[in-house]
Design a protein around this ligand. Structure first.
Ligand code: NAD
Ligand code: AHE
Ligand code: ZN
Ligand code: ZN
Length: 374
């Protein structure tokens, strides 16, 4: 049966700094190579707030934000073969085409097949599938999970175990995979290593899970909001420290605590000053710092080049280095096998109508993840 335009409830971001409003949006049928998905649940990640704030150089409005979702295929466009109606899927903001230079390199998960149009809020053919009374509404990160129905390229979907609870595994669409993957794929933490984690939101706490799984000997968790410490300890942090408790720099504190610095540090905030601290708390000669946090337009990192000359390494990680179509289903299986939990992260659940509260809770430091149920 040929798909037709669907009415969908969606949270629309009309401009930087403005609250989202719930609208009925027209969602066009999927074109060739595209898939329309009914989103069952979506997390709210700090990156959604970052873009809504106006700090994202790629921010474009009006748009439907959201990139940490899970859902069920509603209809498929011509030529789609890898998923069918009824399949359970996780949308991927980092697609995997398998044929571009990046996919073939074996060195990165950053498929570039549709990156240009995705960054402009458009589908690969340069148009949008969302509209209100004929006015186009832009896509976001190729996913737009703050809509009950969304359209994605086939290469932007990971097909997952239909037994997996979508209200939980949606968190594997960004936060938890990003943190765990940064430990195993980007840093490659080894048993006995000392690790420092800056920022204990959904990302930093997932780094802690990954570091504990990797057998890190010491996991130092750093945040200015001490209410995050309890869960950090539960997940495996051995030391929890608040930079505000010291009259010297946090990097000096960590270097003293660790007899010269950590093997690996992770910046999970998006603060360029903390990125410097994260690099400089690394051990001379071999310490590596992984930037995960996303910083606003115009912001730049700095350190003395001597820090790098003397063997520290600065790296970055997007979606934990995970190739979504070939590797994300395995994360779902590992979750289903009880290797790690997701419910610890879900501090709040709510309906789409209340989505602005999810952003407030995040800004107030009261949530780890809010999951929106449709
Ligand atoms: P969050 O808001 O839930 O958590 C951020 C944490 O940092 C909070 O606990 C906050 O108290 C803490 N913090 C803020 N300022 C601090 C400071 N100066 N010192 C110490 N702690 C401080 O955010 P999140 O959803 O966990 O996302 C974290 C960052 O990761 C964001 O920048 C987000 O955009 C980015 N991110 C990147 C990727 C990627 O693929 N690279 C994926 C997801 C999120
Ligand atoms: N649009 C921003 C870049 C934002 C960014 O770095 N996004 C991460 C994912 S954050 C998920 O919560 C990412 O995957 N980056 C790789 C990419 O290709 O965007 C900007 O600064 O322009
Ligand atoms: Zn995210
Ligand atoms: Zn590719």
């Amino acid at each position: 049966m040929t798909a037709s335009v669907l009415k969908s409830r969606a949270a629309v971001a009309w401009g930087a700094g403005k609250p989202l409003t719930i609208e009925t949006v027209d969602v066009a049928p999927p074109k060739a190579g595209e898939v329309r998905v009914r989103i069952v649940a979506t997390g709210v990640c700090h990156t959604d707030a970052f873009t809504l704030s106006g700090d994202d150089p790629e921010g474009i409005f009006p748009a439907i934000l959201g990139h940490e979702g899970a859902g069920i295929v509603e209809s498929v466009g011509e030529g789609v073969t890898s998923v069918q109606v009824g399949d359970h899927v996780i949308p991927l903001y980092t697609p995997e085409c398998g044929e571009c230079k990046f996919c073939k390199s074996g060195k990165t998960n950053l498929c570039q097949k549709i990156r240009e149009t995705q960054g402009k809020g458009l589908m690969p053919d340069g148009t949008t599938r969302f509209s209100i009374d004929g006015q186009p509404i832009y896509h976001y990160m190729g996913t737009s999970t703050f809509s009950e129905y969304t359209v994605l390229p086939e290469i932007s979907l990971a097909k997952i175990n239909p037994e997996a609870p979508l209200e939980e595994v949606c968190l594997l669409g960004c936060g938890v995979t990003t943190g765990m993957g940064a430990v195993s794929n980007t840093a490659k933490v080894e048993p006995g290593d000392t690790v420092a984690v800056f920022g204990l939101g959904g990302i930093g706490l997932s780094v802690i899970i990954g570091a504990a799984m990797a057998g890190a000997g010491r996991i130092i968790a750093i945040d200015i909001n001490e209410s995050k410490f309890e869960l950090a300890r539960k997940l495996g942090a051995t030391d929890c420290i608040n930079p505000k408790d010291y009259d010297k720099s946090i990097q000096e504190v960590i270097v003293e605590m660790t007899d010269g610095g950590v093997e690996y540090s992770f910046e999970c905030i998006g603060n360029v000053h903390v990125m410097r601290s994260a690099l400089e708390c690394c051990h001379k000669g071999w310490g590596e710092s992984v930037i995960i946090g996303v910083a606003g337009a115009g912001q730049e990192i700095s350190t003395r080049p001597f820090q790098l000359v003397t063997g520290r390494v600065w790296r970055g990680s997007a979606f934990g280095g995970v190739k979504g179509r070939s590797q994300l289903p395995e994360y779902v299986e590992r979750y289903m096998n009880g290797e790690f939990k997701l419910d610890d992260f879900i501090t709040h659940t709510m309906s789409l109508d209340d989505i602005n509260d999810a952003f407030d809770l995040m800004h107030e430091g009261k949530s780890i993840r809010t999951v929106i149920h449709y």
